[in-house]
Design a protein around this ligand. Structure first.
Ligand SMILES: [Zn+2]
Length: 89
């Protein structure tokens, strides 16, 4: 499965980000793109930050905090294909 990764280079005020060289996992929150680790929105109409994004097949995320989140999700014991049905009262 491909996924989108993003580097946030400068913040809204034009200041260089300390972690500008790391690739975050880009996710959608309320339909808008943001980083997984900090929920930092980027892109048109969201932020004046500068960024670079790309689509990768695997191993594109280099942000330690994003990787921690991904590892946590992988360890969750959920069954996406057979969700528990709730009984109606
Ligand atoms: Zn991150």
């Amino acid at each position: 499965m491909t996924h989108k990764v993003v580097k946030i280079i400068t913040d809204d005020y034009g200041e260089q980000k300390k972690n500008k060289n790391v690739w975050h996992l880009s996710i959608l929150s309320c339909g808008d793109p943001c980083t997984l680790c900090e929920g930092e929105f980027y892109g048109m109409g969201q932020s004046n930050c500068t960024y670079k994004e790309k689509i990768v097949k695997s191993n594109g995320v280099t942000c330690i905090e994003c990787l921690k989140h991904i590892d946590y999700f992988k360890r969750l014991n959920v069954n996406l294909h057979n969700p528990v049905k709730r009984s109606k009262k």
